[in-house]
Ligand binder design. Structure first.
Ligand SMILES: [Zn+2]
Ligand SMILES: [Zn+2]
Length: 302
């Protein structure tokens, strides 16, 4: 799937959003030309056919999946059709209004590209920026995956121990700027912490370092991997035993990992108000001192 980006597309107010793959360089009059899996094409077929309940066939284009069997080659056989009903009266021919959609080499189907007004589904960052679905990290640093559903009683923010590196994390919603916090990280962020702690240990005295490691099995038939997150304290290994130096960090009920909850001095990261020169918690939308809105500031976060 070279040059394809996973995203979501929709025709606003009509159908979607659907998971799709796009070549970002390939568009039509500003609209996306998305490719879909056969399963997604089935959803588009159901949704476009349902539109005919609400409007006349002259106003809709319908998609159809006609399933065959597996055939001699053992591959599932399916015919995908798109019917452009709106052209029927002008062209007067079922053949002329019907497109047979052939799959790409990746088994994806281009439905409506160059004809339908496919737009990217967007997600709203808490900084008020609207991002296309495939932009997974907003320019303000907040990842898309942390926008939806912060666990109950928690907020999405960024945290740091010391130095300039900050990480996206959930913390309790009453945590105040400047306090020590216990951050909860997604597995993606744990992978980043693993890379960063190991890189930093390599540069300093490794015997005094603490490192994070993500152990993974090969994917099973469903593509899922078994994951164990390990925290190694090399200082303890030096003074005691390896068994005392290593601990497993189990995910909580939300699948989040509290890395360094006991020993690391995690604090909420901050942004600096250029108006009144005070520091504010990273997730504060307005300056706590002067009320200046964060999104009017130059992107100067720590
Ligand atoms: Zn943002
Ligand atoms: Zn201020």
């Amino acid at each position: 799937m070279q040059n394809l980006t996973a995203t979501r597309v929709l025709i606003p107010g009509v159908i979607g959003p659907y998971d799709a793959h796009v070549n970002l360089a390939d568009h039509w009059n500003g609209y996306a030309r998305p490719l879909f899996t056969l399963d997604t094409v089935r959803k588009i077929a159901a949704d476009t056919q349902a539109l005919t309940d609400e409007c006349s066939f002259d106003d809709v284009i319908t998609a159809h999946v006609i399933d065959g069997d597996s055939g001699r080659a053992g591959h599932h056989r399916a015919v995908v059709l798109v019917v452009n009903w709106q052209w029927w009266d002008a062209d007067g021919d079922a053949k002329k209004v019907t497109d047979i959609i052939k799959p790409t080499v990746d088994g994806l189907y281009g439905i409506g590209g160059g004809n339908w007004g496919w737009e990217f589904h967007t997600w709203d960052c808490r900084c008020k920026t609207k991002n296309p679905w495939h932009i997974t990290v907003c320019q303000c640093g907040q990842p898309r995956s942390m926008q939806d559903a912060a666990p109950k009683g928690m907020i999405a923010t960024r945290v740091c121990v010391d130095g300039p590196t900050t990480y996206p994390a959930f913390v309790v919603d009453h945590a105040r700027y400047g306090e020590r916090v216990t951050p909860y990280f997604t597995l993606d962020t744990v992978r980043q912490l693993a890379a960063d702690t190991q890189a930093s240990a390599a540069q300093r005295d490794p015997r005094s370092a603490e490192t994070i490691h993500v152990l993974e099995t090969a994917p099973d038939a469903a593509g899922e991997r078994g994951v164990i997150v390990v925290h190694a304290d090399w200082f303890a290994e030096h003074d005691y035993t390896p068994a005392e130096a290593v601990s497993v960090v189990a995910p909580d009920q939300n699948g989040l990992y509290a890395i360094g909850r006991d020993g690391w001095h995690w604090r909420i990261a901050w942004w600096w108000c250029t108006n009144c020169r005070t520091d504010n918690a990273w997730h504060a939308d307005q300056c706590s001192t002067c009320g200046h809105a964060r999104n009017t500031q130059p992107a100067e976060t720590n």
